[in-house]
Every structure is written in C-alpha cells, then in structure tokens.
Write a protein that binds this ligand. Structure first.
Ligand SMILES: [Zn+2]
Length: 123
C-alpha cells in the first residue's frame, strides 16, 4: 500500500467518526458481485437509490407541437403549456449497496443495476 493510499484511508477513517452510522441489519450483499461490503478490505461502499423513468413520447410530441405553435418559443411553451408529465417512473426501486471494488468498475451499465435492483425487489 503506497503513501497516497495510506493517506486516503486515514482521511476516510477521520470522516467516518463524524458520520451517521450504518447498522449491521442494513448491510446486504453487493448487487453486482454478491459479496460483502468489506470483502476486498475497501473502506467505502455505496448505497444507491436509482430512479428510472419511461419517456411518454405522446406527451413529448404534444409539448413540442405546442411550442411549435408559439413559433418555436420553448421557454414560453414551458410556461404557458399544459405541463404534462413527460416521463413516468414505472415503480420506485429500493436502495441497494455496491461494494467499493464494483463501484470502480467502469464497465457496469446503469441499466444493469436497474434490472438487478428490480429483480432483487421481486424476490
Ligand atoms: Zn461488488
């Protein structure tokens, strides 16, 4: 472990003392790898609350048509328009945990997290 990593861990330990706690019963396996939050001796992990929305293209087209009727004045259309919901959340997802190692994986698409979260909520 190099000096920069030791400094990072020391800084995180100081921050932990001043933070809100996380009880044992709140822990759950990492949504991606299924392992515990400390399996890789990482000092941090993530609780993610993901919100996924579906675009209502019919309402988007209505809004765009209204704005076009105003000569393309989008800002005016937003104020004077029908204020439709242009997207809706199918069902709220429960928060989930991601271990520090998986959180650094740049190859994980956000949509995969959403799918796994929904599957876990349905179990
Ligand atoms: Zn993981």
């Amino acid at each position: 472990m190099d000096q920069a990593e030791q400094d990072r861990r020391s800084r995180i330990r100081k921050e932990v003392d001043a933070m809100q706690g996380f009880k044992q019963l709140e822990f759950q396996p990492c949504l991606l790898c299924g392992r515990g939050m400390a399996h890789n001796q990482d000092l941090d992990f993530y609780r993610v609350r993901l919100e996924r929305f579906l675009i209502d293209y019919a309402k988007v087209q209505q809004q765009a048509g209204f704005e076009m009727s105003l000569g393309g004045a989008a800002a005016l259309g937003q104020i004077l328009g029908p204020d439709h919901d242009l997207a809706k959340e199918p069902s709220p997802q429960s928060p989930f945990l991601i271990c520090g190692q998986c959180a650094m994986d740049k190859k994980t698409p956000l949509a995969l997290l959403s799918e796994r979260s929904v599957a876990r909520d349905e179990d």
